[in-house]
Design a protein around this ligand. Structure first.
Ligand code: NAD
Length: 250
């Protein structure tokens, strides 16, 4: 059931052209929000924006110097854009590590920094950070991703403490493996580093820790994001909501 409870709100969604971000765009638009899709993929961003009657902002969020002086207005910020690289630490390409930290830690910080003044002026804001079960737990061969998501959790909690007196909440959403292109792209890499066939990666690597043996659907993540953006979640801040099929219960 959808109400248009987010009418009058503007939502900025990074990485909104695909996967979880695209599902969030649909969820928030269905609830009445005006959606801005920030993505480096111009064609996909334009297509996604058209489906939600929103707008596209074509931007490479790993070029963080260009975001230093950004001014941008949004009532809801979804820090979602992310990538993955899978390799043992001793083989991990240093520039890949830096890229992941620019895109998944520095850019969220700079976007929060850019939108907070407007949120504070209006006395209302929602920062929703798409973290991961890897914001709370580690897995081998994901040093950059796991450390970036742990940093995002810290940024989110700090923003919660600073934003609280101004009506701004900040939370993390922490899914297990979600059925998106990001996961499909890493199956070959996971097979290689774990020395198993690609056909066994989902069951033997991705779902081993999970009590529920299936991938999360993007729409399930988006429904939690929609609730966190709503008035009902006004007292929820500094929290990390897992949607990991029980992985982090271990
Ligand atoms: P995806 O690959 O489907 O979509 C990511 C989007 O980010 C793409 O549209 C891509 O163009 C955009 N993007 C990538 N680099 C960018 C850049 N430099 N500048 C601007 N946009 C850029 O990925 P997804 O699976 O939907 O992941 C979204 C978020 O969810 C990520 O932060 C990811 O870490 C997190 N997450 C994913 C899973 C999963 O299993 N898929 C699980 C937990 C958390």
């Amino acid at each position: 059931m959808h109400t248009r409870d987010l009418a009058e709100r503007t939502a900025l969604i990074t990485g909104g052209a695909s996967g979880i971000g695209l599902a969030c765009a649909h969820e928030l638009a269905a609830r009445g929000a005006h959606v801005v899709i920030a993505d480096r993929d111009a064609d996909a961003a334009a297509r996604a924006a058209a489906t939600v009657d929103g707008e596209a902002w074509v931007v490479d969020l790993s070029d963080t110097r260009a975001l230093d002086d950004l001014t941008r207005d949004a009532d809801i910020l979804i820090n979602n854009a992310g990538i993955q690289r899978v390799a043992p630490i001793e083989d991990f390409v240093p520039d890949d590590f830096r890229l992941i930290h620019r895109l998944m830690v520095e850019a969220p910080f700079l976007l929060v920094r850019a939108v907070l003044p407007g949120m504070y002026a209006r006395g209302w804001g929602r920062i929703i950070n798409i973290s991961s079960v890897h914001g709370l737990r580690a897995s081998p061969f994901k040093s950059a991703y796991v450390s970036a998501k742990h940093a995002l959790e810290g940024l989110s909690k700090t923003a919660a403490l600073e934003g609280g007196p101004h009506g701004v909440t900040s939370n993390c959403v922490d899914p297990g493996y979600v059925r998106t292109p990001l996961v499909e792209k890493q199956i070959a890499d996971q097979a290689r580093v774990h020395g198993i066939p690609e056909s066994e990666v989902v069951q033997k690597v991705m779902l081993t820790e999970s009590a529920i043996k299936r991938l999360v659907e993007p729409a399930e993540v988006a429904s939690l994001v929609g609730w966190l953006a709503s008035e009902h979640a006004g007292m929820v801040t500094g929290a990390s909501y897992t949607m990991d099929g029980g992985w982090s219960a271990r």
